[in-house]
Design a protein around this ligand. Structure first.
Ligand code: FAD
Length: 139
């Protein structure tokens, strides 16, 4: 039983509709709670960035499901590592809406103020999410 953190980025496809974000959060929260998976999801423009932490085989299983989801594509793994402790222990699938504050934080960890998560390192992506957690109450 190894505690693992996984961070990936992706881009929405034409299958992503008006209710998709809500649907993803709903099913994700139910499934992640059952599997003891914690973490957060951020969405801006057409990009997702998600951090998942939990037992390694359950993280792998969930990531495989997510990879097969046709609502997004160009899925790139930014980080996959063994961790000593969870950072998002109270968030089964935290979601942070985009705002002026998230834009400021994005600039802190990115080459430009644009949200271009494919240009972030795993370490920057992780630090960005920790800042999100510090500054926001998830819903
Ligand atoms: P089923 O509902 O039987 O899904 C069967 C297949 O259909 C799967 O490939 C599924 O991806 C796809 N699918 C399901 N609903 C739709 C739909 N409305 N439109 C198009 N295709 C659909 N799930 C989690 O459990 N935890 C997460 O943290 C999580 N994060 C996600 C993040 C992103 C960015 C995306 C796009 C999806 C995420 N999901 C997450 C959802 C995940 O991809 C699966 O849809 C979900 O886990 C249910 O899969 P299933 O095979 O058990 O169920």
């Amino acid at each position: 039983m190894f505690l693992t953190r996984l961070i990936y980025v992706s881009t929405i496809t034409e299958k992503f509709g008006d209710t998709s974000l809500e649907d993803i959060l709903k099913i994700g929260r139910v499934n992640n709670t059952k599997k003891g998976i914690t973490g957060m999801l951020y969405f801006k423009n057409k990009y997702f960035i998600q951090c998942l932490e939990g037992e390694r085989s359950l993280i792998n299983e969930t990531y495989n499901k997510i990879r097969n989801d046709e609502r997004h594509c160009n899925i790139v793994l930014l980080e996959y590592s063994q961790i000593e402790m969870r950072e998002f222990k109270d968030w089964c699938m935290g979601y942070i809406p985009s705002s002026k504050l998230t834009d400021d934080l994005i600039l802190q960890f990115s080459p430009t103020a644009e949200f271009t998560p494919y240009e972030m390192s795993g370490a920057s992506a992780n630090l960005l999410m920790l800042e999100f957690k510090k500054n926001f109450k998830s819903f």
